[in-house]
Write a protein that binds this ligand. Structure first.
Ligand code: NAD
Length: 271
């Protein structure tokens, strides 16, 4: 069985760094035409250089997912140049945190405008094209926080839970046109949005002890899931959230089996 993404026109928002960049590069390496978009021109330029070096197909747009004028101009240009849009990956996201009592309205709005409204605006812009094609894949970044929120991360969790239900509602609207809409919930992937990799040993141990697969996730593990969900193989999957978190809280006391494996000489803790 082959995941064939060749020549698919794929938009990835927030593709300048982190998971989004990995998604963009993974799809490009699979032969897709990848539209790299981000709010940061320097990052886009950097990705463009890597695309050119590898001979990958694609284009780049400076685009703030909060700005419907920029989005509509970008989508019009993509349709003009490529004639279609096969996949939209709404990856762009931020996570300003703080307890509700002290969280600023600006921090709340940033979460809300980028993580949730940005997804809405991007979807709204590509729907007419996908409807006319009678095909399309929309993949929205939720988070494990949409399953279980972190105290101090209310704004982020609220937006990501919002992305989940937005995804389901939109899947219903677009079913008649064979457009699937899904979201995905990464767990703990070290990147610019978090400080997992810089954790002091005690915090690292505490975080890893929540995982059934006891290690940080990688950006590639998210990108690989999306390659499948974006492909023709995933045509009967819609309106769902796929957890790519290493089984975070999937089991009770997930450390215990590791201790048993260590006692049997079959596992070594490295933290
Ligand atoms: N890293 C994790 O562990 C994790 C876990 C759960 C969910 N997620 C989600 O995955 C997505 C990517 O996360 P990441 O860890 O790669 O983050 P990151 O901070 O490394 O990258 C985010 C990218 O989005 C871009 N961006 C920010 N605001 C934007 C805007 N208004 N318009 C366009 N682009 C904008 C940034 O410039 C950056 O390139 C986010 O939606 C995040 O919530 C990440």
């Amino acid at each position: 069985m082959l995941i064939d993404l060749k020549n698919k026109v794929v938009i990835v928002t927030g593709a300048g760094r982190g998971i989004g960049r990995c998604i963009a590069e993974t799809f490009a390496a699979e032969g897709a035409h990848v539209v790299v978009t981000d709010i940061n021109q320097e990052l886009i330029q950097d990705v463009a250089t890597v695309f050119a070096q590898n001979g990958w197909a694609g284009s780049q747009f400076l685009c703030d997912v909060r700005n419907s004028d920029q989005i509509n101009a970008m989508v019009a240009e993509i349709v003009k140049s490529n004639g279609r849009i096969d996949v939209l990956i709404n990856n762009a996201g931020v996570a300003p945190a703080g307890n509700v009592e002290t969280l600023s309205e600006e921090a709340w709005d940033l979460n809300s405008d980028i993580n949730l409204k940005g997804v809405f605006l991007m979807c709204k812009a590509v729907i007419p094209t996908m409807k006319a094609q009678r095909s399309g894949r929309i993949l929205n970044a939720a988070s494990f926080a949409a399953i279980m929120p972190t105290a101090g991360g209310s704004a982020y969790a609220a937006t990501k839970a919002g992305v989940h239900f937005f995804t389901r509602a939109l899947a219903g609207e677009l079913g008649p046109y064979s457009i699937t809409v899904n979201c995905y919930a990464p767990g703990m992937i070290p990147s610019g949005i978090n400080d997992f990799a810089q954790s002091a040993p005690e915090r690292k141990r505490r975080l890893l002890d929540t995982l059934t697969l006891r290690r940080w996730g990688t950006e590639s593990e998210v990108a690989n899931l999306l390659c499948f969900l974006a492909s023709d193989l995933a045509g009967y999957i819609t309106g769902t959230m796929v957890d790519v978190s290493g089984g975070k809280y999937a089991t009770q006391l997930p450390r215990a089996p590791y201790e048993a494996a260590e006692a049997a000489g079959l596992y070594t803790f490295d933290d």
